[in-house]
Design a protein around this ligand. Structure first.
Ligand SMILES: [Zn+2]
Length: 328
């Protein structure tokens, strides 16, 4: 009896000793390939209800524009109120979710984030038109070694095709330096052309517009941001013809109605491109957006566990030529 008691006691003790020395199990790694590192702009720091574009307002140019971010849900996402609050929230979320981000935007913010979490931030630099910076300045920036990615490249907002020759020198630099490129194609937000971006053209988001540029740069590795939404047929046609083109799910994954998001994602997977889809958010100011967006993938009942892992992690490791050992 006593011996048995001792055995149980020692089992209990070794169990608790084990619990004290074993670190808590980390969640499986995630890579978010589409994060904007921005200075907090108080006028843009408003609450947001994900999947808000389920009810496009039927407006009139003679009336005041209705706010296109609706806040009429039970638990709207809260924006960070200062740069420090933003950094703290992004860093804490990356730790909690075991997440690495590909981030671009304000160079000062980006350098601060990188310094605070060197293993979790992969910095990118974008050029969207010839007036942003010279090809030489861009090449010098890439050669410096800090930037590992070219993005977000968004000529569509400037009324330019990605194959416009005014951008060719930048793509040539990325190709030469073996830098992957993320290009905005497709959706730009509700009423973009007549509310905030007068030069924006929906037609300049057509995935086939990438073909001439890709033909000129056969070693360039690109991913089409926002998966060219909603032009799924051209997206599939482009990926079929160009073996190195990937897509990300950013933006539409948390703004359009969930049924529409799933129909688009399902079509990409059904067409055979499950290994070429990258998870991304288009994060701007709402720290809880990371979890809200991940839940869309986690809840996709038409995807297997392996397909979800590909989208959330494996495909990005392959695309960005990362070392999977570093994530163990
Ligand atoms: Zn974009």
């Amino acid at each position: 009896m006593k011996a048995r008691f001792l055995l149980i006691a020692s089992l209990f003790l070794s169990g608790s000793a084990l619990a004290q020395t074993t670190p808590p199990k980390r969640p499986l790694p995630i890579i978010d390939v589409h994060v904007h590192a921005m200075k907090v702009n108080p006028s843009f720091a408003i609450e947001m209800c994900p999947w808000f574009l389920r009810d496009m307002p039927g407006g009139d140019p003679n009336q005041q524009m209705r706010a296109f971010l609706n806040t009429s849900c039970v638990d709207p996402l809260q924006p960070a109120k200062s740069d420090q609050e933003m950094q703290d929230a992004v860093l804490a979320t990356m730790e909690r979710l075991n997440m690495t981000i590909v981030a671009y935007g304000d160079p000062q913010i980006l350098r601060k984030w990188k310094k605070a979490a060197p293993d979790r931030v992969i910095p990118g630099i974008g050029v969207s038109g010839p007036n942003d910076m010279s090809v030489q300045a861009f090449t010098d920036s890439l050669s410096g070694g800090f930037y590992k990615v070219m993005g977000e490249v968004a000529p569509q907002y400037q009324g330019l095709s990605p194959s416009d020759m005014s951008l060719d020198g930048y793509f040539a630099a990325a190709e030469k330096l073996n830098i992957p490129v993320g290009i905005h194609m497709g959706t730009g937000g509700n009423g973009m052309a007549n509310i905030s971006q007068a030069k924006y053209r929906a037609s300049l988001g057509r995935p086939f517009l990438l073909e001439d540029m890709l033909a000129r740069h056969p070693k360039l590795k690109i991913w089409v941001m926002h998966a060219g939404y909603p032009m799924i047929d051209e997206m599939i046609g482009l990926m079929g013809a160009n073996a190195y083109v990937y897509v990300d799910l950013a933006g539409f994954i948390w703004s359009y109605p969930q049924e529409e998001i799933h129909a688009y994602l399902k079509r990409l997977v059904r067409a055979g491109f499950g290994k070429r889809i990258l998870y991304g958010t288009d994060f701007m100011v709402w720290p809880k957006l990371f979890e809200a967006s991940i839940s869309v993938i986690e809840n996709a009942d038409y995807l297997s566990f392996d397909q979800k892992r590909d989208i959330l992690f494996n495909n990005a490791v392959r695309f960005f030529r990362l070392d999977p050992e570093k994530f163990k």
